[in-house]
Ligand binder design. Structure first.
Ligand code: ADQ
Length: 461
C-alpha cells in the first residue's frame, strides 16, 4: 500500500483529543486510522525562515512541520488566505481586502512548503493537499520535479465564477489547481461551480477539460461520537446542565466565532421566537458555544463585539430571576462534553450563511438518543444540506422563518422526531469519516498519472 502524505496549513496536535475546526477533526481521525506523513505549519512564528523541518513520530504518523516568519504569517495566513480567499469563497466580497503583497507572500509560502516537502517524498507516495491555504502548492511541487499522484480537497465552498473573478489572481489560482490529479469538493453544487468556471475561463468545456474532479462530502466518525455522547451521562458538567434545564427545553449552537456561521442572525431568530411564540418564554434557553478564532483579522474582532452586544440586549429584554434566555460561552469544550451537550439539547441550531459542509450538524445527529432524539434546524446554505434532507431546512437570512422552524422543532411529536432522526443517522453512517478518506484516496490511487490529457489546459483569463 502506498504511503499517504497529508499536507494542510496546520498540523494538528495528535496528543490532544480536542481539535476545534472541521479540518483538524476530520484529518486527525484519518491519520490515526491509516498512518503516514503529515506536513504543515507547526503554529509557531520565528524570526528567520526554517532551514530544516521539524520531524516527530506519533505511533504510526510522522509529523513534519515548519514555523513561519512574522511576514509569512501576516501575508500568507492573515492577509491572503483569511482576508481574501476565505471571505471570497464564502461569497463575502464585501469583506475581502485585496493586497498584492499578501498574494506574493501566499505564493512564497506555498513555494517554501514545496521545497521542504519534496525531499521527504517517496516515489510511490500518494499526496493529499488540503484547503484554500495551499491552492498553488501542487504547481510548486511539479516545478521542483515531483511526479507523485497529488490530490486536493477544498473544505470550503467553491463560489460561482462571477464571484471568484472579483480577485485579480483567480486565473493563476485555478490554473495552479489543475496541477492536481484529483480535485475534491464538498458538494455537487461546488463541483458545478468549478466546472462552470473552467467552461468560462478555459478554451474547452469544463467536464471535457478536467474530468478528475468530483464531490466527496466529508463525514464524521459516527460510532465514536455517539459513544462519547453516551458516556457523557456521568459527567458533572453535563449533569449540571441537565438539571439546569429540567422541565425546560434547550437549543444549542456550536461554532467557531466566524462571520460565515450566521451567529448574529441566529440570535435575532431566537429573539423573534420569544416574541412570536410567548409560550416559550421561561421554558426555552439557547446555549451558544463559540470559541474565538483568527482574532487578528479585523472582521473577526468586529463580530465578537457585535455578538456580545446582541446577547446582552436579548437577555436584558427577556431574562427573569431564574431564567437566562441566552448562555453565550466563548471557549473550547472537549469533544466528550460537546457530545453530552448535544444529547441534552432538544434542538441543534446550525444556520451558517455559507459553509463548505458543517460537521457540527452531523455531530448533533450522531449524539442523539434514538428513543428521544432532538431536532436539527439546518441552513440550506450549509454543504450538509445536500445530504441531510430530513433536517428542518431554513433560509438563515429570513429571521421569521428560522423562528417558525425553531417553534416547529420544539413542539414536534416524538414519532416525527424519531422518523427524521432514523433517516439522518442512516445518511451520516453511509458517508462517514472512513468512507470519505477511503473513497478519495482510492480514487487518487487509481489515477493514471502519465495518461492524463493536458492538451487543452490552455486558458484565457
Ligand atoms: P469549520 O469551519 O471549522 O470547518 P465545522 O465543519 O463545523 O466548521 O467543524 C468544526 C469542528 O470543530 C466540529 O468538529 C466541532 O465539534 C468543533 N468545534 C467547534 N466549536 C468547538 C468548541 N467550542 N469546542 C470544541 N470543539 C469545537 C471547515 C469548513 C467546514 C467543513 C470542515 C470540514 O469551514 O465547512 O465542514 O472544515 O471539512
Amino acid at each position: 500500500m502506498s504511503r499517504l502524505v497529508i499536507v494542510s496549513n496546520r498540523v494538528a496536535d495528535l496528543r490532544k483529543r480536542t481539535q476545534t475546526g472541521g479540518l483538524a477533526v476530520g484529518l486527525a481521525d484519518a491519520m490515526r486510522c491509516r498512518g503516514g506523513l503529515w506536513f504543515g505549519w507547526n503554529g509557531k512564528i520565528e524570526a528567520s525562515p526554517p532551514e530544516q523541518p521539524h520531524i516527530e513520530q506519533f505511533d504510526n504518523v510522522q509529523m513534519v512541520s515548519l514555523p513561519l516568519t512574522r511576514e509569512d504569517y501576516e501575508q500568507y495566513y492573515l492577509g491572503y488566505a483569511n482576508a481574501v480567499l476565505w471571505p471570497l469563497f464564502h461569497y463575502r466580497l464585501d469583506l475581502t481586502q485585496h493586497d498584492r503583497a499578501a498574494y506574493a507572500g501566499y505564493r512564497r509560502v506555498n513555494a517554501m512548503f514545496a521545497r521542504h516537502l519534496a525531499p521527504q517524498l517517496r516515489e510511490d507516495d500518494i499526496v493529499w493537499i488540503h484547503d484554500y491555504h495551499l491552492l498553488t502548492l501542487a504547481e510548486e511541487l511539479r516545478r521542483v520535479g515531483c511526479r507523485q499522484r497529488i490530490g486536493f480537497f477544498l473544505h470550503i465552498p467553491f463560489p460561482p465564477h462571477e464571484i471568484l473573478s472579483a480577485t485579480s489572481e483567480h486565473f493563476e489560482l485555478i490554473n495552479a489547481l489543475l496541477a492536481h490529479d484529483l480535485i475534491g469538493f464538498q458538494t455537487k453544487a461546488d463541483l458545478e461551480n468549478f466546472n462552470n468556471y473552467l467552461g468560462h475561463h478555459f478554451s474547452c468545456a469544463g467536464d471535457t477539460l478536467y474530468g478528475q474532479a468530483d464531490a466527496f462530502p466529508i463525514g464524521i466518525d459516527v460510532e465514536d461520537f455517539s459513544r462519547l455522547s453516551q458516556s457523557a451521562g456521568d459527567d458533572i458538567l453535563i449533569d449540571r446542565i441537565r438539571r439546569g434545564i429540567l422541565g425546560r427545553s434547550q437549543i444549542v449552537g456550536v461554532d467557531r466565532l466566524d462571520y460565515s456561521k450566521g451567529l448574529p442572525e441566529r440570535m435575532r431568530a431566537f429573539d423573534r421566537l420569544l416574541e412570536l411564540y410567548p409560550e416559550h418564554q421561561r421554558t426555552v434557553s439557547y446555549l451558544q458555544i463559540a470559541p474565538p478564532t483568527r482574532e487578528e483579522v479585523a472582521a473577526y474582532a468586529d463580530i465578537r463585539v457585535e455578538l456580545e452586544r446582541f446577547a446582552g440586549a436579548i437577555n436584558g429584554r427577556h431574562a427573569d430571576f431564574n431564567w437566562t434566555p441566552i448562555k453565550y460561552i466563548h471557549r473550547n469544550v472537549s469533544r466528550d462534553k460537546l457530545a453530552g451537550i448535544f444529547q441534552t439539547s432538544n434542538v441543534g441550531l446550525v444556520t451558517p450563511l455559507r459553509d463548505g459542509m458543517n460537521l457540527v450538524a452531523k455531530e448533533y445527529v450522531a449524539a442523539q438518543d434514538p428513543k428521544n432524539p432532538g431536532v436539527l434546524v439546518l441552513s440550506r446554505f450549509a454543504g450538509a444540506a445536500e445530504q441531510l434532507e430530513e433536517a428542518l431546512q431554513v433560509n438563515p437570512y429570513d429571521i421569521d422563518s428560522v423562528a417558525k422552524a425553531l417553534h416547529a422543532a420544539l413542539i414536534m411529536p416524538l414519532e416525527e422526531r424519531q422518523d427524521r432522526h432514523t433517516a439522518l443517522l442512516a445518511r451520516i453512517k453511509k458517508q462517514d469519516a472512513k468512507w470519505w478518506v477511503t473513497t478519495f484516496v482510492e480514487r487518487l490511487g487509481a489515477v493514471q498519472v502519465d495518461g492524463k490529457d493536458t492538451d487543452c489546459l490552455v486558458g484565457a483569463a
